[in-house]
Design a binder for this molecule. Sequence first.
Ligand code: PLP
Length: 391
Amino acid sequence: MKVPLLDLKPQYQSLKKELDEAIIKVAESQYFILGPEVKKMEDACAEYLGTKHAIGISSGTDALLLALMALDIQPGDEVIVPTYSFFATAGVVSRLNAVPVLTDCDPVTFNIDVNDFKRKITSKTKAVIPVHLYGQSAEMDEIMEIAKKNNLYVVEDAAQAIGTQYKDGRCVGTIGDIGCFSFFPSKNLGCFGDGGLVTTNDDELAKKIIIKRVHGGEPKYYHKVIGGNFRLDAIQAVVISVKLPHLNSWSKKRRKNAAKYNEQFIAAGLAEETGKTKFDSKNKVLLPKAVYEKLSSTVLNYHIYNQYIIRVEKRDDLREFLTKNEIATEIYYPVPFHLQECFANLNGKKGDFPNSEFAADTSIALPIYPELSDDQIKYVVSKIAEFFKNK
Ligand SMILES: *Cc1c(COP(=O)(O)O)cnc(C)c1O
């Protein structure tokens, strides 16, 4: 049985008519860049997320870069980021000649270790970028409190977490000063190319972001500030507008799939419960834990499982075995920032961030997309059980 990591075709087929019509309408209008369709999408996203401003951006990476530019992050400023994330989280800091100051992650959620964040604050620290990794919220109450005390901006990297709710029901990306989202096709809400979104409740910041999105010209061709080309195009906007009403049902299906995996791994004797952080004979597979699950009956999207991550000791062997059995997997993220060549100047070394290194060495992402069938999930778990039986 073939199990791809992600198959976007069934989602496209289910909305084909609406999507095709919307794209043809853009072609007929020949209005491609920003414009009324982008505005419509922005308004819909602002309402869905519960934020004052939602601003369409060229990508999730550009959303992060533009957020830092709008906050006037200067060369030499320190910005605290987790060492275990997608590259863009730290890359954007360095692109502004600011310094990414790294923290470890929590061993259960993979999100920023709040105590390490507190320890890393200096007189040069200007901002922190918590990442809602794999679709689960970081500990925003604690982060906001520490940030407030130390006069720091909070830029939420919600690229993997559109629609994820914090324990109080607020959508992530609307809690800090600025939220950054990605519409990259493999995210839960993906467009037909690159795209992203910036959110804020602050009118002044929104104004700065909108001006810097078009090279900082205000009015056009008169520049008080320097921006860039961070524009979103109308084709991406209409795709998002068509897909947005379905996002919650897709997230629900991802959550169901995760629950099925968890149940079946436990039934197979490979794990005792979710959220374990150490391997032993009863926990050969460490399962992801949705830490805010069941805290409230009204919060539904406590985890949207952009990725379903398990951890195993012989990760690379398991991956090879699954590949041979036509099960696609991915390693997020094999090298934390402190061990990346391009960040050698940060003087990181092996052992600096044990939880992140453990995650990087043992995690493997299994297929979790909404249209995954029960048989496919059963097959994946049975093959992993087979792998361990032969060990
Ligand atoms: C995908 C992603 C980004 C970047 O988004 P792009 O749209 O690909 O530029 C940033 N941060 C995280 C955590 C991501 O997963």
